[in-house]
Each structure stands twice: as structure tokens, then as C-alpha cells.
Design a protein around this ligand. Structure first.
Ligand code: NI
Length: 408
């Protein structure tokens, strides 16, 4: 184990280190890149890693980078994950380091995550080089394409986690709804599963004034849209959390024509994994039978995109403890779950993981939400996030290292 005054703390307290992370985050912020296009971002991360002689781990990823920090003794491996991609949003922050790329913005703070994990890597290298060191190794993942839910799959397909024998994984997201200085941890479900659906309601077109000779798909689809909320309010327990949203409804060409079909597109989010099957089954049967009841026919395309982020109890306990050392126990809170999705969940399907929230919001609650054109983060939390990561990892490695024999 290590104490507060060991290298982790000493470097984390320097102004130079703080400034380095802030400048790195701002560099990334100026040059946002969309999912799977993060070539310049990848280059910048690689350069930063090379400048500190980090051990870059080669993978087949076209964008994104991995690096390994090993302690002085053999032992297990834990991963720390950042996401690096940005969004197709026009930035409206007026910050001096605002996006220089039209219609692209780090509006989810993945620039913050990347800089925080780089900071964790630098701190981990300090610890690894110190006498206190740690057993085993820490794999740092700078993952691409989180926003389109594909990056974690690519990392998993690459096999880098297996190659280094990763046994647990940590990740964080900035949280503008939590004030700066606060860290939110929650055991169990934290972020919802993400499913998508499209429904083609097929009727019989005709004259708007002679509806008896038609099967009106707009009317049928309207019943479907309204009725789907029955799933949320009357099928799922009021204690559970499920969202069904129809985000797009397209039909028709003119006021006096009943069209032959209507197309709905939407998303289903479930915080508790047990509702995922319930939601899909109910949606399928409700849509099919509603269409039948109105003499129409529905074709359903239902796609499961991401599972829920479900946090491991032991890792949450660990993160809560070290977060208390970093921000003070009073500033560690139970994180409120969110119905947004995160592809960190894919790692958690194969490994125990803890995904936590780092408060980066203004104390008065006026900070803009994720994906807002005026979204911003409080950079003072970069070091705190980095410190939590490295303290949690090092503590975990000590706890999971093989027991050393006398004289080892
Ligand atoms: Ni995000």
C-alpha cells in the first residue's frame, strides 16, 4: 500500500503537472474529431506518451492507443479506459480554446477523459519507478468511437485485454450535474442499456376523403406511439427505469392523400438489465397486435446496441475509498443513475468494472448538459480524476497480487 505523501501525491500537487494536463486537454479541445476519425488525436496522444517514454502497446486499432505501465514485481493487470472522440456539434462556448473545426466539438468532455487518463499514466509511471512501486501492471486504453458505441467492441476484438491478462477495468465520465470537487460512485446499474428500433407500418393508401377504402398507417402508427408508453407506465415496475422514445415519425406527402405506410424510429433504454428482454418482447407484441387490430401490418427491426453499465461492488468500494482520500470523504456521493448509454458496459460484460462520475459542474447547477453546444468542464478535476484512477489501480494490484514468500 502507499501513503498520501508518496509519489502519486507529490507530482499531483505540482503546478507544472496541472498545467500540462490542462494544456493537453485544450489542445484536444481545439481539434475535435468524430468517431473512427480520431487520427490527429491518436497522433497527439502517441506523441505525449513518447515524450514521457511510456510503453506504447501495439494493437490493430486504426485510431486509439494503448500503453502499459508495469510495476517492479509480477502480478495481475488492471485497465484504465478513456474515450477520445468528439461530436458533430457547432461549439458555442466562446472559450479561447474553442473548437477550430467547423461542426465538431468535444461536447461530451472526452478531451477531459483523455487528459485525465494521461495524467493517471504519468502518476503510475512515477509510482512504478519508485521503491514503493506495485506488483503487476496497468493497461491504459485511449479508446476511439465511444459516441457511436463501436470503440469498446473494437478494443475487445483486438484482444489486447486478453494479451495482457486484464482482470478488472476502471473508467470515468465527467458529470456536469455534480459540482466540481465531488465524485459520484454507484454499485450496480449506473447507465442504461441502449436499443434501437424502426417500425414500418403498412396500410393501404387512398383518398383522404374516402378513408373507408384505406387502412390509414398514420392513424395506426399514432396509436402505436401513444400505446408504447404503456410499457413504461404499466408493464415495468414504477421502481424500475425504462425509457421508450419515438424520435422520428415519417409518413405522407399531401393533405388529401392517405399514404400506404408510416415509418417510426426510436430507442429503448433500460437501467436494470432484467427489463431489457421485457421491453423488447412487449414492444414486439404490442406493435404487431396493434397493427393487426387496425387491419394493418407492422415490420419491426429491433437492434440491441449496448448493455447497461453495471458496476462491481468490490471495485466501487475501492474507488469510493480512494476518492475519499483525493477529494475528502464528504465529497464522495452516491452517483445518480442516468438513462444515457456508454460502451464501457461492453468491457463489464467480460470483466468486473467500475465507471464513476467526476463532478465538473458549477456549484449553482447552471452547467450545460452533455452534448450541449455550450458544454464545458472544470479542469481542476483533471488531477483529481487522475489521482483516483492511479490510487484505485495501485491499491487493487496490491490486493490482488500473489502473496509473496519470505525472501522474495
Ligand atoms: Ni461521453
Amino acid at each position: 500500500m502507499f501513503g498520501r505523501d508518496q509519489p502519486i501525491a507529490s507530482r499531483a500537487l505540482t503546478e507544472e503537472f496541472r498545467e500540462r494536463l490542462v494544456q493537453f486537454r485544450r489542445q484536444l479541445h481545439r481539434r475535435p474529431e468524430l468517431s473512427l476519425e480520431e487520427h490527429e488525436t491518436t497522433k497527439r496522444i502517441r506523441e505525449a506518451l513518447q515524450s514521457i517514454n511510456a510503453n506504447i502497446v501495439e494493437t490493430d486499432l486504426e485510431t486509439g492507443v494503448c500503453a502499459l505501465v508495469s510495476g517492479r514485481k509480477p502480478g495481475p493487470c488492471i485497465a484504465i479506459r478513456a474515450d477520445i472522440d468528439a461530436l458533430p456539434i457547432v461549439e458555442e462556448t466562446a472559450l479561447p480554446f474553442a473548437s477550430e473545426v467547423p461542426n465538431k466539438m468535444h461536447a461530451c468532455g472526452h478531451d477531459f477523459h483523455t487528459a485525465a487518463v494521461l495524467g493517471a499514466l504519468m502518476l503510475a509511471m512515477d509510482v512504478a519507478a519508485s521503491l514503493e512501486s506495485f506488483p503487476g501492471s496497468i493497461l491504459f486504453l485511449f479508446q476511439p468511437a465511444e459516441e457511436i458505441g463501436q470503440g469498446a467492441s473494437l478494443v475487445l476484438q483486438d484482444g489486447v485485454l486478453q494479451r495482457y491478462g486484464v482482470q478488472a477495468i476502471l473508467g470515468e465520465h465527467n458529470q456536469p450535474t455534480l459540482p466540481t470537487g465531488v465524485i459520484g460512485v454507484r454499485e450496480g446499474p449506473l447507465m442504461a442499456s441502449v436499443d434501437e428500433f424502426s417500425i414500418v407500418v403498412k396500410g393501404i393508401g387512398g383518398h383522404a376523403a374516402i378513408p373507408d377504402r384505406t387502412v390509414d398507417p398514420i392513424l395506426v402508427a399514432s396509436h402505436i406511439v401513444a400505446g408504447l408508453q404503456h410499457l413504461v407506465s404499466r408493464v415495468v415496475s414504477p421502481i424500475g427505469s425504462v425509457v421508450v422514445t419515438v424520435g422520428s415519425f415519417h409518413a405522407g406527402t399531401a393533405n388529401n392523400i392517405i399514404p400506404p405506410q408510416a415509418v417510426l424510429e426510436g430507442t429503448v433504454r433500460c437501467l436494470q438489465p432484467e427489463y431489457r428482454d421485457v421491453a423488447e418482447d412487449h414492444l414486439r407484441s404490442f406493435v404487431t397486435q396493434t397493427a393487426q387490430a387496425f387491419r394493418a401490418h407492422a415490420e419491426i427491426n429491433y437492434k440491441r446496441v449496448l448493455p447497461a453499465v453495471v458496476n462491481d461492488g468490490e471495485l466501487c468500494e475501492l474507488v469510493r475509498g480512494v476518492a475519499g482520500e483525493v477529494v475528502g470523504a464528504d465529497n464522495v456521493v452516491e452517483a445518480a443513475p442516468t438513462m444515457a448509454g456508454e460502451d464501457f458496459s461492453l468491457y463489464q460484460e467480460v470483466l468486473p468494472g467500475c465507471f464513476f462520475f467526476v463532478g465538473t459542474g458549477k456549484p449553482d447547477g447552471s452547467s450545460r448538459a452533455w452534448h450541449h453546444p455550450q458544454f464545458d468542464v472544470d479542469e481542476s478535476m483533471l488531477i483529481k480524476a487522475a489521482s483516483v484512477f492511479v490510487r484505485a489501480s495501485v491499491t487493487w494490484l496490491h490486493a490482488h497480487a500473489p502473496i509473496a514468500h519470505e525472501g522474495d
